[in-house]
Design a protein around this ligand. Structure first.
Ligand SMILES: Nc1ncnc2c1ncn2[C@@H]1O[C@H](COP(=O)(O)OP(=O)(O)O)[C@@H](O)[C@H]1O
Ligand SMILES: [Mg+2]
Length: 466
């Protein structure tokens, strides 16, 4: 069952129940009060009649004979005769002496016997759909006893009761229609935002991650909508992130496949050629050099891949090290390669203790110096330096080489990205160096910045914060 219908039915049930209880309590209470009023009035009237008659009878001659009593009784009845109040007078044998009732009663008149014993009493009887109140009392005049029975029709009290029920029923039905209408409209109004939220959720579930709910309210529903939108935003962000990650991974695999296939194709091509060609020492030597170079390329690729995986999987072995000393070590390692190209490597700055994984940090610096040498021309310098200020320690590698445009700066850390693919290849590069450096730096929680200008040079900074 739908939530709106449940609210609707519940409201109607509560309304019907409360109205029923109210109408029963009010009507029955009124009925009881009216009935009590009638009884009290009758008892009072009977009392008045009783004393009036007693006075009257006492002032007349003493009663000696039955006939006389009967006559007196008739006189009495005539005296007090009214439209709706009937009076009956019985003798001590409970024989009717006089009555102004237009009819006789065909049931045992127990109340008369009780009255004869001296107890004033009343009883209510129903006959032919009419209600009667019988009040009986004993009247003693000397030796004689007579029983007075006053009968009053009180059907109107009960009629009032049923009229009141009918009134409640009629007004209740009108009220029910109003309550039904109001509840129905209210439930539609209250549940509309939930329908909108459901529609939005369905839309998001079917892949429209940009959809947001337009529900705006200042109540709990509004809060729910707000949180829902925040959640949708987070889901969209995460999905985008996953998509980008997926794309990056695909690109990585594509590039890797390409990087593997190119040298392998060369190797197989040269091997085929050597198998078929006539032996010529010069040609064989040249071919074998190619095969050797391409084989080293694959080895290099495998090594870098292993490094990348190793860095990702293993925790760092951090130790306070003097980075200036590490820079000097790197200078020694790379010196030969620099000299081959006529490039000098200099180290500047003062000793600084920084927590680093020495081997990995050295790997990062070697990659940076390698790039700097490759980008520089003979006679230029590569400077490795340490700078310290109150914000922390900065290690940098600066060259005066070819530099690169702004558009490349943000991309060179992506795996396999190279500004000049063929030149990089010629120099044995595979485009994983800066990706590796960035990963190492990030693992050290250090900052990484590249500043470069075409024809001016490049500076790469690694910033260890305090
Ligand atoms: N110091 C630098 N000066 C100019 N270009 C650079 C420098 N360092 C890196 N690059 C550019 O960034 C690219 C990516 O570098 P890297 O990831 O180390 O790959 P690789 O050295 O194998 O080509 C290089 O191919 C080069 O185009
Ligand atoms: Mg490199």
């Amino acid at each position: 069952m739908k939530f709106g219908r449940k609210i609707f039915i519940l409201c109607l049930a509560v309304y019907i129940l409360s109205l029923s209880v109210t109408s029963i309590v009010v009507t029955e209470n009124t009925y009881r009060n009216l009935l009590n009023e009638e009884i009290e009035r009758s008892l009072e009237e009977e009392g008045n009649l009783h004393s009036t008659l007693q006075l009257y009878l006492m002032s007349t001659q003493p009663l000696q004979e039955r006939i006389a009593l009967k006559d007196y009784s008739k006189n009495l009845v005539d005296l007090v005769s009214t439209d709706r109040n009937y009076l009956e007078i019985y003798d001590e044998n409970l024989e009717l002496l006089a009555s102004n009732a237009p009819r006789a009663w065909f049931y045992e008149r127990v109340e008369l016997k009780v009255a004869l014993e001296g107890h004033k009493n009343f009883i209510i009887r129903r006959e032919d759909g009419r209600l009667y109140l019988f009040v009986s009392n004993l009247l003693e005049i000397g030796q004689e006893k007579i029983v007075l029975a006053m009968i009053r029709e009180i059907t109107h009290v009960e009629k009032h009761r049923w009229d009141q029920y009918l009134f409640f029923l009629k007004t209740g039905l009108v009220g029910l229609a109003v309550v039904a209408l109001v509840t129905w409209q209210s439930s539609i109004f209250l549940l509309r935002p939930f329908q909108e939220l459901t529609a939005t959720a369905q839309s998001i579930a079917s892949g429209n991650y940009h959809v947001r709910t337009k529900v705006k309210r200042k109540d709990e529903v509004g809060l729910l909508a707000e949180q829902f939108n925040l959640m949708a935003e987070e889901v969209e962000r995460k999905i985008k992130q996953l998509e980008e990650q997926g794309q990056r991974q695909q690109l990585f695999i594509d590039n890797l496949t390409h990087e593997l296939r190119t040298p392998l194709t060369s190797i197989i091509g040269y091997a085929d050629f050597l198998l078929k060609a006539k032996y010529d020492p010069a040609v064989f030597h040249k071919s074998l050099l190619y095969i050797h170079a391409e084989g080293k390329r694959i080895l290099n690729l495998a090594k870098k891949m292993m490094d990348l995986i190793f860095i990702r999987e293993n925790p760092l072995q951090l130790k306070e090290e003097d980075v200036l000393a590490i820079l000097v070590e790197v200078q020694h390692i790379m010196q030969v390669k620099g000299e081959e190209k006529g490039i000098t490597i200099e180290v500047t700055g003062s000793p600084a203790q920084v927590p680093v994984d020495k081997e990995l940090f050295k790997t990062a610096l070697i990659n940076l110096v390698d790039n700097a040498i490759k980008a520089s021309s003979p006679g230029q310098k590569v400077i490795l330096g340490v700078k310290q200020d109150n914000r922390g320690t900065e290690v940098f590698v600066a060259d005066q080489g070819r530099g690169m445009d702004e558009e490349h700066v943000s991309k060179v850390t992506e795996p396999f990205y190279r500004v000049d693919q063929s030149r990089s290849r010629k120099e044995g590069g595979i485009g994983l160096g800066l990706a590796l450096v960035k990963q190492i730096v990030e693992k050290h929680n250090a900052g990484f910045a590249i500043t470069s200008k075409t024809g001016v040079g490049t500076t790469i900074q690694i910033k260890f914060g305090k």
